[in-house]
Design a protein around this ligand. Structure first.
Ligand SMILES: *Cc1c(COP(=O)(O)O)cnc(C)c1O
Length: 240
């Protein structure tokens, strides 16, 4: 059985390989280790292998792990769906938020971001697969939301994020990721200064890197499979 440390090293090597194979600059793609549902001890193991950035989906679970790991200089990314009654703990405890798809949520995060912290890094979540996925704004609505978010002083709009419909069709993976890249290019041509494409997970990150990802979010390939979602194990999932 391989250890978490071995798997962190292996994923880093695969990222490097994908960077090289597709003409990306070495070290340009950052690995976000998605540690949702996994214990603090697993995060500590990944940290020992050099991993600093971690992604969490559930606020209460993340806060408990942050407290247990307060001795480590970790960077925390909130990547789950955001309920409006959870914006304060997110704004107070995370460095990044990837899944913004409503102005109301952006405003609440802005209002709750403590003055002693730097502005919260945020990405707009875009739905690149149409009907197949419910979260994220439609590509045609991104400019309007981005224009409003850049006016919020306690947020720093960094770029775009997507969770495409899962598919083993490699050509479709590429098309969906390319759509996000083209949107970012178009925003920057309109005067935005965005540097982040958060796309690619355990099953499809090589395609995402080929299409310009700057952050890949990888969970199961590092920490192993997760238990299936249930209201008992994930207290603040997207339940009503
Ligand atoms: C769980 C999750 C991931 C990681 O998925 P894996 O397939 O385990 O790599 C990435 N991004 C988001 C938004 C997630 O919720």
């Amino acid at each position: 059985m391989t250890s978490i440390s071995d798997r962190v090293q292996a994923i880093r090597a695969s990222i490097q390989q994908a960077e090289q194979a597709t003409g990306r600059t070495a070290g340009e793609v950052h690995l976000l280790a998605v540690s949702k549902t996994k214990p603090a001890t697993a995060i500590r193991e990944a940290y020992a292998a050099g991993q600093l950035r971690f992604g969490e989906n559930y606020v209460q679970e993340a806060l408990e792990k942050m407290a247990e790991l307060a001795d480590l200089p970790l960077e925390w990314h909130f990547i789950g769906p955001i309920q409006s009654n959870k914006t304060r703990p997110i704004a107070e405890n995370f460095h990044w938020v990837h899944g913004i798809d409503r102005l109301k949520i952006a405003q609440r995060l802005n209002d709750a971001r403590p003055g002693h912290l730097p502005p919260l890094n945020v990405c707009i979540e875009v739905n690149v697969s149409g009907e197949a996925s419910k979260e994220g704004v439609a590509p045609g609505e991104v400019v309007e939301l981005a224009s409003t978010i850049v006016q919020l002083p306690r947020l720093r709009l960094r770029g775009l994020m997507t969770i495409p419909a899962p598919t083993h069709d490699r050509a479709l993976q590429h098309r969906q990721f390319a759509m996000l890249r083209e949107l970012l290019v178009s925003l920057n041509q309109q005067g935005f200064q965005l540097d982040t494409l958060s796309m690619g997970m355990s099953e499809d990150f090589p395609a995402a890197i080929a299409e310009g990802a700057t952050i890949v979010r990888i969970g199961s390939a590092i920490f192993g499979a997760r238990p299936p979602k249930s209201p008992n194990t994930v207290p603040d999932s997207s339940m009503p």
